[in-house]
Write a protein that binds this ligand. Structure first.
Ligand code: PLP
Length: 430
């Protein structure tokens, strides 16, 4: 993929984005978009402008083809069969695990556990680690900008174990207050669960340094990477996180599968999450011995096709390059933010210095659901609501925001369409 330097010719000559620069050349972005059949669709007679990527991204033909090929030619249950199809399916599924390992820089493939998604990964750690190692009077630190998936499981644990949840506060820009974070630690701190990138605000948290702080107190750290893994290069060894979770459907892969990375030494100490087939070595009515990691945490038949599809999605994203993806999405964010700031009555929620390509906003006193519905009439898909982060909304004193979230296949022209759409919404409510 060509990386275009700043000040080189623009993606398009339309005046609105004449000064915007991208990591992709015009022909590159056209080729990328051609890979995504759904982007050719019209909605209400208008070209689809898909800006709901933080909720779920779209799937390229290469991944669709891989899924179809598997179902057409390769399907069988894995791990237990001696016949050719089963052995081949097992090889493909385990190859996908290796691709994930390389994608996030894990040391060993047994540190990669297939889950149903981010939510299940967090619940697995809460059950497997939390229920075993956290007790009465212990403290768990989370941040003020967590998705409900990284709040509710820890609340459930605290209620059950009489432990205490401590919250890292944030400033008005949506940045965590690191001094306050450091003050939360004491001898009772037993765990930290933190989002790498906020889905509601876009904030990229300084997780490397936050992990180092937690480790000084001996507390393991789980990172919720749902909004990071699709958009930036992640290396779990470099970050030194203890657990990392993310979902396939936010990174061009199928729904129904996600990843939990865990350091082998911790995974080995944890209790299994679910009991059943595949997670055992031996079962009698008196006693069961558990399988080794990662299988100890993978009870029952997994989403085999989806796992293999995730492997294909990783191939696709890797071929484009996470650095190129991040640079293009940053250019879209900067361009969109500047244009949005010039709209009277529009307020961006989440203005952190380090941000991923999420533009959350409120507009006059128009309800975000009305913004979302009117933009949909223009063919523009954004999300409106609390984004499963109600405490973030409470922090900013608002019920909801409208949120445009960008992917590498979005264009400056689509940002222009969004801005024009917002002007239309304003006119309707004028
Ligand atoms: N965490 C974050 C930051 C998210 O953005 C999401 C989904 O939007 C989740 C967790 C939950 O992901 P899933 O629904 O795929 O389990």
């Amino acid at each position: 993929m060509n990386v275009r330097a700043k000040n080189q010719p623009q993606l398009s000559s339309t005046p609105n984005h004449a000064n915007a620069t991208s990591a992709f050349s015009a022909s590159n972005i056209e080729r990328i978009r051609a890979d995504f059949p759904i982007l050719q669709r019209s909605i209400h007679g208008k070209p689809l402008v898909y800006l709901d990527n933080a909720a779920s991204s779209q799937m390229p033909q290469q991944v669709i083809d891989r899924l179809a090929h598997y179902q057409t030619h390769e399907h069988a249950n894995i791990h237990r069969g001696v016949h050719t199809l089963s052995q081949n399916a097992t090889t493909e599924y385990e190859n996908a695990r290796l691709k994930v390992m390389n994608f996030i820089g894990a040391k060993e493939s047994r540190e990669i556990i297939f889950t149903h998604g981010t939510t299940e990964g967090i619940n697995l750690v809460m059950h497997g680690y939390g229920r075993r190692f956290i007790g009465e009077g212990d403290e768990i630190i989370i941040s003020a900008m967590e998705h409900h998936s990284n709040i509710v499981p820890w609340q459930m644990l605290c209620e059950e174990k009489k432990a205490r949840l401590r919250i890292i506060p944030m400033n008005d820009a949506g940045e965590l207050l690191l001094d306050e974070y450091a003050k939360l630690f004491n001898k009772n701190t037993k765990f930290v669960a933190l989002t790498h990138v906020s889905n509601a605000l876009g904030t990229i948290n300084p997780v490397r340094e936050m992990i180092a702080t937690a480790h000084q107190y001996g507390a393991p750290v789980l990172l919720d990477g749902a909004q990071a893994a699709p958009h930036m290069a992640v290396n779990v060894q470099d970050l030194d996180c203890d657990f990392y979770v993310f979902s396939s459907h936010k990174m061009c892969g199928p729904t129904g599968v996600g990843i939990l990375y865990g350091k082998a030494a911790l995974l080995e100490k944890m209790q299994p999450y679910q009991g059943g087939g595949d997670m055992i070595l031996n079962v009698t009515f008196e006693r069961t011995t558990y399988n080794d990691i990662p299988h100890k945490f993978e009870a029952g038949t997994p989403a085999i096709a989806a796992g293999i599809g995730l492997g294909a999605a990783i191939d696709y994203i890797t071929a484009i390059g996470l650095e190129n993806i991040a640079a293009h999405e940053q250019a879209l964010l900067e361009y969109a933010s500047e244009a949005a700031r010039s709209i009277p009555g529009l307020k961006i929620i989440g203005t952190a210095q380090h941000k991923a390509a999420v533009l959350s906003f409120i507009l006059d006193d128009i309800h975000p659901h009305d913004i979302g519905t009117l933009l949909d009439q223009e063919g523009i898909a954004v999300r409106a609501g609390h984004h499963c982060a109600q405490p973030v909304m409470q922090r900013f004193g608002i019920p909801a925001t409208a949120r445009a979230s960008f992917a590498f296949y979005n264009t400056f022209e689509e940002v222009d369409a969004l801005i024009a759409g917002i002007h239309t919404v304003k006119k309707v409510f004028a």
